[in-house]
Design a protein around this ligand. Structure first.
Ligand SMILES: [Zn+2]
Length: 300
């Protein structure tokens, strides 16, 4: 089985966002679409592999965030079938709510970052429950319900490899550092730990991270990511306990994670690529929201 990692060069920066091209016995399957803004790059990459847009009949997206599925509507409008978690399906069909919440985060940078996110025709969207098998182009993908980064996140297993979306963290290429992508509103530390356990049980040989690339030492990657996840979440909880306001938390989180990454060998240019793939202020907002919600629940 041939799998190609396609570099979408998001923000003109290599190795930040990937899509994956899987050659099945009956044709190609695209896993992740990237944002609409990188569609020209994606089409160029496909062409390099001899794939025309009309050849792509099946598109799997791990979740609906714009960096993973922003171009899904375009593909659906070309007639491809798009497979997505049931909680994400309606947002591909009508992206207005998704775009409104992204606008709150990205303000006037929406177009530049994400391009024009198109709605997917409803009949081209297939909502896939966890543990369901998707038969596409002669290949069998199993959807693994893997909440944590978002409630509607699937990892797609194909034999002994898997496309992990954001579930295994943000690690660019073969660099050592793994960043925690914890955006609002659905970041959930407890659920994420459960998802990592689930992935361990799958005994995978190789995982393909959307940010960015393949890793074969899977259990090591999952263990290291889990420790970064726990450490990052605890760091935000401690700042909240100190009573820091939001902007001070963002500043300190940024500074501290940059230091941790730099101690782990990340140079300045690479630090910017990590920030592009995973804006840190977003994780502060998402993690803080998670802790606040938990505190409210335990008050009841
Ligand atoms: Zn992502």
């Amino acid at each position: 089985m041939r799998i190609e990692t396609l570099d979408l060069e998001f923000g003109h920066t290599p190795e930040t966002i990937a899509a994956f091209l899987v050659f099945g016995p009956e044709g190609p399957v695209l896993v992740e679409t990237g944002p609409a803004s990188t569609l020209p790059t994606l089409l160029a990459r496909l062409e390099e592999h001899g794939v025309a847009p009309g050849d792509v009949r099946h598109v799997l997206v791990t979740h609906i965030h714009l960096d993973h599925a922003g171009a899904a509507g375009w593909w659906a409008q070309q007639g491809a079938t798009v497979y997505v978690h049931p909680r994400g399906a309606r947002h591909l069909i009508d992206p207005s709510k998704l775009l409104t919440s992204a606008e709150r985060i990205y303000l006037d940078r929406m177009d530049e970052l994400w391009g024009q996110t198109l709605p997917a025709p409803a009949e081209r969207v297939v909502a896939v429950e966890g543990d369901t098998t998707i038969e596409a182009a002669g290949l069998s993908f199993v959807a693994l319900d893997t909440p944590g980064h978002a409630r509607h996140h699937h990892v797609y297993r194909l034999g002994d490899v898997a496309f992990t979306g954001d579930a295994a963290g943000v690690r660019l290429g073969d660099r050592h550092w793994i960043d925690l992508p914890g955006p609002p509103p659905e970041f959930d530390l407890g659920a994420w730990k459960g998802s990592l356990n689930r992935l361990r049980l799958e005994k995978l040989d190789t995982i393909y991270r959307t940010h960015f690339g393949a890793t074969s030492n899977v259990s090591h990657q999952l263990d290291r990511f889990e420790s970064h996840l726990v450490q990052g979440a605890a760091f935000v909880r401690d700042m909240m306990a100190e009573g820091l306001d939001r902007d001070s938390m963002v500043a300190r989180y940024n500074e501290t994670l940059r230091k941790w990454a730099s101690d782990d060998g990340v140079d300045d240019a690479t630090a910017l690529a990590y920030e592009l793939a995973n804006p840190r202020f977003m994780s502060v907002d998402g993690i803080a929201r998670y802790w606040r919600k938990r505190a409210e629940q335990s008050d009841i």
